[in-house]
Design a protein around this ligand. Structure first.
Ligand code: EPU
Length: 330
């Protein structure tokens, strides 16, 4: 009997997928895709992440347009194949075994637009890097996006994770998100219609962000924005490591900072294989060269156990374990 796993974005499957389903998917979708769409099998993912670990994607696609995206997800749904989004790969750990799913990335230039509108808002495509968003906002004299400068993600990932830094988070600057449902329908949702929390956006656990209309705080001289960005940049360079990492590995527990409690538990410099608790900021696990995802998972386990025993605090991972659930490995 064929395994027909529950269709899902970013969730765990109980059983492996029958290989013939993938063959059927590839044979049916490939001829329908436009020339600009990248579509490959067993694509290595490690180099597409900031942590630089992990195995391949069973199928990998960079759709050139919404229509290509629709073709991919509708067919994946028909065959009950899992679909996973990959942004800049800056907030996840890819398992060493890779991902038995369709991995979609907005690498095509069509998803990287930044377009100031006559009504004062600005459209930002899901594939636009936050760093580029900040640069383009400076040029347009649009203030309010400065806190995003140091986050190594793109707009789609930042929406899904409600990414944050320097006291701000993504949804502070969102007016309206455009998303595609897993049936291939495009919807526009106002921020007030969405369920957003710390590092969480409910609607984007079941749908794909295509981009958003963002609301600048004000229109000012570019030099004023530049100054604020320089201040944030300086703070970040002084307080966060340079080595490959996935940013903060744990969510901050209520009322304190995960970095502080891991530091106080004496874990800076602790290692499993080539995965190391950063000596600069204890809530970062850095890859000292050849770390595997097994090393990182091992170190996450060790940190959690020691922080629990020293402080009585249960730390919850902030980064995603791609295609799996942390609860199954911790
Ligand atoms: N601290 C220590 N030891 C450490 C690290 C931090 O004592 O090793 C102390 C600091 O001295 C400070 C406090 O902990 O008093 C908070 O540190 P920090 O200002 O670095 O902020 P954070 O809470 O650790 C949060 C976000 C970061 C974001 C920074 C800067 C989370 C989990 N982390 O870190 O986001 O860049 O604020 O705004 O919310 C991320 O999400 O991946 C991330 C890096």
């Amino acid at each position: 009997m064929k395994v027909r796993p529950e269709f899902s974005i970013m969730t765990t499957r109980a059983q492996p997928i029958d290989e013939t389903l993938w063959q059927e998917f590839v044979a049916s979708v490939r001829p329908r895709l436009a020339a600009g769409t990248k579509f490959t099998e067993r694509e290595s993912l490690a180099s597409k992440t900031t942590m630089r670990v992990g195995g391949p994607a069973r199928v990998y696609a960079e759709p050139a347009s919404s229509e290509e995206l629709r073709q991919l997800i509708v067919e994946a749904k028909r065959l009950a194949l899992p679909v996973l989004l990959l942004g800049r790969g800056s907030n996840l750990v890819i398992p060493d075994s890779g991902v038995d799913g369709l991995v979609i990335n907005f690498g095509h230039a069509n998803w990287q637009k930044f377009e100031p509108q006559a009504d004062g808002r600005a459209w930002a495509g899901a594939g636009l890097r936050l760093k580029n968003l900040c640069g383009l906002a400076i040029k347009a004299g649009l203030k309010g996006f400065e806190f995003l400068e140091g986050i190594p993600g793109n707009v789609g990932g930042a929406l899904r994770m409600n990414a944050g830094a320097m006291g701000g988070w993504m949804f502070d600057v969102v007016d309206e998100v455009h998303l595609m449902t897993m049936d291939g329908d495009v919807r526009a949702l106002k921020k007030s219609e969405m369920h957003v929390a710390y590092r969480h956006c409910e609607e984007l656990h079941h749908a794909i962000a295509l981009g958003a209309f963002l609301k600048p705080a004000a229109t000012v001289e570019s030099s004023e924005i530049r100054q604020q960005i320089d201040t944030y940049q300086k703070k970040r360079v002084e307080s966060q490591p340079r080595e490959p990492s996935a940013g903060c590995i744990f969510k901050n527990p209520t009322g304190t900072s995960a970095g502080r409690v891991i530091d106080e538990a004496g874990l800076k410099g602790e290692r499993v294989g080539d995965a190391e608790v950063s000596t600069v900021h204890a809530n970062f696990i850095v890859n000292r060269g050849h770390a595997t995802s097994a090393d990182i998972i091992g170190l996450v386990r060790k940190i959690r156990a020691q922080v629990k025993s020293a402080k009585g605090i249960d730390l919850e991972p902030e980064v995603l374990l791609y295609g799996q659930d942390w609860r199954d490995v911790l």
